[in-house]
Write a new protein. Sequence first.
Lengths: 228, 228
Amino acid sequence: MDFLWEGRAQPTRGPKPTLSIERIADTGIAVADAEGLAAVTMQRLAADLGFTKMSLYRYVTGKAELVALMVERAIGEPPASGTTDWRAALKQWAHQLLAAYLRHPWALEAILGPRPIGPNELGWMERAVGILPPTGLTGSERLDAIAVLAGHIRSIAQQSMASPRPEGDFTAMVGEQLRRHGDRFPALVATMAAAAADGGHDQAFEFGLDRILDGLDILIAGRLRSGS
Amino acid sequence: MDFLWEGRAQPTRGPKPTLSIERIADTGIAVADAEGLAAVTMQRLAADLGFTKMSLYRYVTGKAELVALMVERAIGEPPASGTTDWRAALKQWAHQLLAAYLRHPWALEAILGPRPIGPNELGWMERAVGILPPTGLTGSERLDAIAVLAGHIRSIAQQSMASPRPEGDFTAMVGEQLRRHGDRFPALVATMAAAAADGGHDQAFEFGLDRILDGLDILIAGRLRSGS
DNA sequence: AGAAATAGTGTCCGCCGGACACAGTTATTA
DNA sequence: TAATAACTGTGTCCGGCGGACACTATTTCT
């Protein structure tokens, strides 16, 4: 349950371990980066490491624990902040977290559903809540604000997941279906045509981020006005 | 590829099929609702239906297709809108979509990554973009606005996923780790304490929704002012 | 009365996560 | 120094998964 927090107490007797949790997790990360999370199997990692499958179970109690370790290492520690302005700092934080997800898209798959929380994941949250205090929001509001941002980041990262085949692209797929059944979706057809006419390049992340920050700004400005 | 759009042309010769795609998908939905997506196996569905596993492959080319069908049926058609005010309509849409996800939490798992898009999914998008036109936003902006909302909804639904065991709850898990390693996360500890002191009940969805809509409101108001 | 196409079954395969017993290695203890 | 306890890595085995394929039984068209 807390294997993400304290390292195993290393035993005194017995042969020296040749492998390490870190090497196994890093191999898993490399495989997942290159071929996706589905390619991460005990067999595969053992083969890449030159060991047998069962030897890995000396370092990891099961696959769930392995994946949790991979996520924790892949996400890493949050970089330090550069500004004190809450809006600029949150924007920077969002960009950094998005970059981390884009480096390891499989992590989105791995963090679905209830799972143990590691120090790095908590570190990212810590950095974010550390930005907000001087803004006059309540504790719940600060947590909720970060939840919105984190959700937007995950959502965009998920949408940007590189698809192995070109026909997996979401907008292309929508376009294809609209070409066939456009009569059933008139507003969508019109909007996508308009989007293709204007700039049309992919700004979904920046757009959503700016809207959320604008919305927070209003709330914060109101609080500061009524509070002072 | 378009099995979600047109029904199979039914053959003339041969025995009458006893099963149907719909019955199979509905059985899958029932199993997934009750025991999660992992419990949905060909063997299990066949057993529940009183047939052999391989008989299902007469109706469905593989498990991926089955899951796509399950999602399409589970999400269903979007309900009709009640208002013409864009903000109220978007809010209603968001609540309806969230409710749909909460009814079938496993759908979040199933819609990760590139996948075929069905008419119902496109219907939800159609309804959303149909709300926005009279707001002065460009085509790209309207699509991006919906993407932010959809992301927030998915994110909240994912966070609210009922965990089988009580210790799977996210905030509880965070609290537990903070109790042990709180010294490393001072801002987080302070914020969670503050959140427990104020109302503290779960308003993450409404909070984020209102922030996003506020942010959109600013942009729209600005466009209308400069446009007229 | 074929012949052709289909529905459902039974068997088989490779791959997966993982339990378990075993042999070899190392530090402690008698 | 010899015995022993603890540990590492291996080999074997299991149940369950998705799915390929051959086979029989059924239905309809020629």
